[in-house]
Write a protein that binds this ligand. Structure first.
Ligand code: C5J
Length: 223
């Protein structure tokens, strides 16, 4: 059993029943010339968490916490993409259009890949999700249940969109959720701050937050 010095109070977990879910660390959101960049976002903010996220993944692998990854992606024929998602906001590039790294948010395109530094190992599930939440229209719930997972650690981008949505879905399904503060980021720093406050408000109404160092400390305590 490990205990993390988290907010709003200590978070206790058993590594064998815990999974790390790394959300959407995809080239198109993070790398120069990708979708996020072409929309005028400051991708440097997201790129800055790659080294910490890598350390987090490696620590989880070493300490027996299952690692899983997600990618936001649609079928190449777009039949799983609601027209409302594709057209909203009247963007210059829509889902399925040709971007600098292939078609935007389409499964199998180069830009849809997870950044090389965080490449999943062959035995780590990659959940391909058409929505913001990783439970919607995916096998994630079944995968976690079959593995006896009760606790989830979260990292990835963006904090207030896909990360927070997935944490809320997980919370409603009974999982105890901890967000690693320095392994998540938003294009909008004030949204990250607000999302973290919302998550841990009212006695961890959605879950807990803690920096990677606090998790590493918990791992360092002999079982
Ligand atoms: C979007 C995400 N579209 N991973 N995705 O913001 O948060």
């Amino acid at each position: 059993m490990g205990t993390v010095n988290a907010e709003p109070y200590p978070y206790t977990f058993e590594p064998a029943k815990t999974a790390l879910i790394v959300i959407d660390m995809q080239r198109d959101f993070i790398e120069p010339g990708g979708f996020g960049d072409t929309l005028g976002n400051n991708i440097g903010l997201l790129a800055a968490i790659v080294p910490t996220t890598r350390k987090l993944i490696e620590a989880c692998r070493r300490h027996g916490v299952r690692v899983m990854h997600t990618r936001e992606a649609h079928r190449s024929d777009l039949t799983d993409c609601p027209p409302a998602k594709r057209t909203r906001g009247n963007p210059s590039l829509r889902i399925g259009d040709a971007g600098a790294m292939g078609r935007i948010l389409i499964d199998g395109e180069p830009g849809n890949d997870i950044v090389a530094e965080l490449a999943p190992l062959p035995d780590e599930p990659v959940i391909v999700k058409p929505g913001k939440g990783a439970f919607y229209a995916t096998a994630l719930g079944d995968i976690l249940r079959l593995q006896g997972i009760t606790h989830l650690l979260f990292a990835g981008v963006t904090t207030e969109v896909c990360v927070q949505t997935t944490m809320r879905e997980a919370n409603d399904r009974g999982y105890e959720c901890l967000l690693i503060e320095d392994a998540t980021e938003s294009y909008f720093p004030e949204f990250k701050r607000a999302a973290m406050e919302m998550i841990r408000a009212q006695g961890a109404i959605v879950g807990w937050t803690a920096p990677l160092a606090a998790l590493e400390k918990a791992f360092a305590v002999p079982a």
